[in-house]
Design a protein around this ligand. Structure first.
Ligand SMILES: *[C@@H]1O[C@H](CO)[C@@H](O)[C@H](O)[C@H]1NC(C)=O
Ligand SMILES: *[C@@H]1O[C@H](CO)[C@@H](O)[C@H](O)[C@H]1NC(C)=O
Ligand SMILES: *[C@@H]1O[C@H](CO)[C@@H](O)[C@H](O)[C@H]1NC(C)=O
Ligand SMILES: *[C@@H]1O[C@H](CO)[C@@H](O)[C@H](O)[C@H]1NC(C)=O
Length: 551
């Protein structure tokens, strides 16, 4: 008997770990009935009488005191009252259940319908839940004792959830609730990517269940179809005749001039990755094919993607049209951000699911990143390849100097002779062009090369301020948006640091004004402010590991 119950206990606690993504397995009651959710994590907008019908009595199949949570005011279409459950961590919630107040036969109150709102750190705001067809109202109870259970399709990812009793007419309600799901062990906090494209007039390969922000082009801060664990039907056309079977997100090559599609995944913590799996459509007779090439980049802070990307070429298959789960080995690379860059093989590319095999790891990653973030431009992602090469060549040059001193001395003496010759030439020329101005002193000219030089000189000469954000911010206006100017790589760490230079000269600012004809100011802040700036995520940086760097 003892063994049996211990075994049962073990099974019970093992459940959340076993249940990963598969939504058909992610159905465990999360603890209203059995008390895993503590009283202090259940709150409400109000209660008719806290001791008797307070929020902590809103547990399904529990009959203590009044026997349910009863709000102070009746339910109306205004949704003024709610009961909130704080799950502490992000969970995937696949179903909800409600009951009325039975109260040992005395109760008569129940909610005929309700709505859900949820909160997640990355969204940082309350979102109203709606199902795939846009319906927000969930069916509640028809009596005081039977549970009404609603499957949530799409599922909800949330660390807090609220039930809001709803009624078209004023109605006294009481509720007992339960939520079903599992811990979100995947660790994906959000993904961002371009919204899908339309095919023809009516077919939209949009990520319809995405719950983040859509700024008209890019999706940000949310989760949706790519992580919901639901595999789309083999034939993408089915998805449009049967709304329950949607699930392909698709992009068309010519609306984006064949540039690759970037999908950036942000994780809860720094993780070590062993593989990524992309479930892709391959209906080549309908212009859909698996990507031709995938590049996977890793970053700790989301600004800089360091190291060589992992490149994966997909050998095209024009024999079988069935969708396939393409797995790419990630060789234990480490990061909190993973950028997947997919190149088109055909006119269309359709993806339904992207999952990762990863484990979270500990270390001083945030510290390392702060240094880098400050030196990086806000909207610029350094090209890892270029960085590496420059660093390597700089180191090599230094080694070469040491090894071939004789050769260097020879070269230097030749240089000295050349310089003497050059000085003579210059002196002669100066006599002839005494009255000419040097080009950099001509104020009306806007020599781009001079500006570039200045910007980079500014960065290099003030090495002590290297970590200062201002540097890169001042440098931004000098950068004409039409050109692909790349910042000089951060060689400073490898070179001896010169003494701190003077602050930016007057001329530096003047040049900005004179030459700002091509400068387009950054777009104004979005009207719906994004909940969190990408550059800082205080929620995810644990206090203990975070270190203040710089002055
Ligand atoms: C959305 O909810 C409504 C009302 O409950 C239901 O009729 C509809 O089938 C649901 N849609 C999906 C896709 O589940
Ligand atoms: C793809 O394969 C991996 C590893 O076998 C698996 O974990 C994942 O669930 C699969 N994805 C789909 C959508 O079948
Ligand atoms: C898109 O793909 C189709 C088919 O592979 C190709 O014919 C077309 O040129 C591509 N469009 C662009 C803009 O590259
Ligand atoms: C990590 O950071 C802590 C302080 O935040 C420091 O004491 C420790 O030495 C660091 N460890 C490493 C390996 O850098």
């Amino acid at each position: 008997m003892m063994d049996f119950s211990l075994g049962l206990l073990g099974f019970f606690f093992a459940l959340p770990a076993i249940y990963g993504l598969d939504p058909s397995q992610c159905i465990t009651p999360l603890g209203m009935e059995n008390g895993l959710i503590k009283d202090e994590h259940i709150t409400a907008s109000s209660s008719f009488d806290h001791g008797n019908v307070g929020p902590h009595h809103g547990r399904i199949r529990n009959e203590l005191h009044g026997g349910a949570w009863c709000p102070l005011t009746p339910a109306t279409p205004d949704l003024k009252e709610w009961i909130e459950i704080d799950l502490q961590d992000v969970h995937m919630i696949t179903a909800t259940g409600t009951q009325g107040r039975f109260g040992n036969g005395q109760g008569v109150e129940f909610a005929e319908s309700y709505m859900l709102e949820y909160w997640r750190p990355r969204l940082n705001k309350w979102m109203r839940y709606h199902n795939r067809t846009g319906n927000e109202v969930l069916k509640g109870n028809i009596n005081t004792y039977l549970e009404s259970k609603s499957q949530l399709d799409p599922p909800i990812w949330a660390s807090k959830i609220r039930f809001l009793p709803f009624s078209y007419h004023r109605r006294t309600v009481c509720m007992r609730v339960e939520i079903y799901g599992c811990r979100w062990t995947e660790g994906v906090a959000s993904y961002s990517m371009p919204q899908g494209d339309k095919r023809g007039n009516s077919w939209e390969f949009y990520d319809i269940s995405y719950d983040g922000h859509w700024d008209g082009e890019k999706l940000k801060y949310g989760l949706g179809q790519l992580t919901d664990g639901q595999v789309a039907p083999d034939d993408f056309k089915l998805a449009f005749y049967n709304t329950n079977a949607q699930g392909w997100v698709g992009w068309k090559n010519d609306t984006r001039e064949n540039t690759p599609i970037d999908i950036v995944f942000e994780f809860d913590k720094v993780r070590e990755f062993t593989a990524v799996h992309l479930y892709c459509n391959n209906q080549f007779t309908k212009d859909v094919q698996v990507f031709a090439e995938a590049r996977v980049y890793f970053s700790i802070g989301g600004k800089r993607y360091k190291g060589e990307p992992i490149t994966y070429d997909y050998i095209e298959d024009v024999i079988f049209e069935t969708p396939r789960n393409v797995s790419i080995k990630l060789h234990h690379r480490v990061g909190r951000f993973v950028k997947i860059q997919l190149r088109f093989a055909s006119r269309w590319m359709l993806v339904s699911e992207i999952t990762f095999d990863s484990t979270s790891i500990n270390g001083n990653f945030s510290e390392e990143e702060e240094l880098e973030e400050k030196s990086a431009l806000d909207d610029q992602i350094a090209t890892p390849g270029i960085n590496n090469k420059n660093v390597v060549s700089a180191v090599n040059t230094q080694g070469g100097l040491g090894n071939y001193l004789g050769v260097v001395v020879g070269i230097l003496s030749v240089l000295v002779l050349l310089m003497i010759a050059a000085i003579i030439v210059v002196i002669i020329k100066q006599r002839r062009y005494k009255s000419s101005l040097r080009p950099s002193q001509v104020p009306s000219g806007c020599d781009k090369a001079v500006l570039y030089q200045e910007a980079s000189l500014g960065r290099f000469s003030r090495s002590s301020d290297y970590a200062d954000v201002k540097d890169s911010e001042y440098a931004v206006p000098l950068q004409p948006p039409t050109q692909n100017y790349r910042h000089p790589p951060p060689l400073l760490d490898f070179l001896p640091k010169p003494p701190p230079g003077p602050p930016p000269s007057e001329r530096y600012y003047a040049a900005t004004e004179i030459c700002n004809t091509g400068f387009v100011p950054p777009p104004p802040p979005l009207s719906t402010p994004p909940p969190v700036r990408l550059s800082r995520q205080p929620r995810y940086v644990s206090n203990t590991s975070r270190m203040h760097v710089g002055p």
